[in-house]
Ligand binder design. Structure first.
Ligand code: F6R
Length: 255
């Protein structure tokens, strides 16, 4: 009988410790493979991780210059130069600090006239880069990964998506708290795009993520909790702080 591979859970006492551990994990992966293809999320959660990763690069622990990145998603209807775009977020929190040239960073363009063609372009670009080696994910309070929102169906490939109200609310901070300014649609990698990464690390911190983290680890696989599909992948690490682990029966901080 084949071995059942479960997601590996890593519990840290707080968000800072989780961010440092993930930064060390990614930096070590880049030291082993300097031309690593890295999939990246935006949001509040990874800010500390990007800070720690930049600090490791600045201290000379590893070189970022050979890495290629692909971001998971982008708002539809705003240009890359918009101060609230995910591209700008990444430039602020990571790329400007590690000096990664724009030619090695990949984004879905939110201002295209043909979103479907843009999604197909992105899939081709990922394939041309040889696929994603390490995909970092956050998780929404509703269980989304990327902008694959819970619902009756999920999309396999990069696609256009209507964001749920709670997702728009949690992005309002990027638009100076103005919910009305948050786009209603986005472009996002699909479930198969994400699951084709060779390895996946999901980072979750804070009490608001606790229930989804517990369900993704031990519940069934359901389109109502897109993150539960990570159970289909054989190389998934879940990195959490104690608050995000608080609904997992028997979870103790091991670090
Ligand atoms: C954004 C993304 C989303 C976020 C999720 C959590 O690129 O992929 O799935 O990871 O919405 O966001 P935060 O970290 O703000 O709670």
């Amino acid at each position: 009988m084949s071995e059942i591979v479960k997601a590996r859970l890593h519990v840290y006492p707080n968000g800072g410790a989780a961010a440092r551990a993930l930064a060390r994990h990614v930096a070590d992966a880049i030291r082993v493979k300097p031309d690593l293809v890295l999939g990246l999320p935006t949001g509040r959660t990874p800010v500390g991780f990007y800070h720690e990763l930049s600090a490791l690069a600045e201290r000379g622990y590893f070189e970022f210059r050979g890495v290629t990145t692909f971001n998971l998603d982008e708002f539809l209807g705003i240009p890359p130069s918009h101060p609230s775009s995910y591209r700008r977020f990444m430039e602020t929190h990571l790329f400007s600090r590690v000096g990664l040239p724009a030619s090695q960073t990949n984004f879905l363009a939110g201002d295209v006239t043909d979103p479907e063609a843009e999604c197909e372009r992105y899939e081709r670009a990922i394939a041309r880069a040889g696929g994603i080696d390490v995909q970092i994910l956050g998780i929404g309070t509703n269980g989304h990964i990327g902008f694959n929102e819970p619902g009756p169906i999920l999309q396999a490939r990069t696609h256009r998506v209507t964001m749920r109200p709670e997702t728009r609310r949690s992005n309002a901070a990027l638009f100076d708290g103005n919910l009305g300014a948050v786009p209603r649609e986005a472009l996002s990698m699909g479930m198969a795009t994400i699951l084709q990464a060779r390895s996946i690390v999901l980072l979750a911190t804070g009490q608001t993520k606790a229930s989804c983290v517990a369900r993704l680890l031990s519940g069934g696989i359901t389109t109502e909790l897109p993150a539960s599909f990570l159970q289909l992948h054989s190389a998934v690490d879940i990195v959490v702080d104690a608050a995000a682990a608080s609904a997992i029966p028997g979870a103790v901080s091991e670090h």
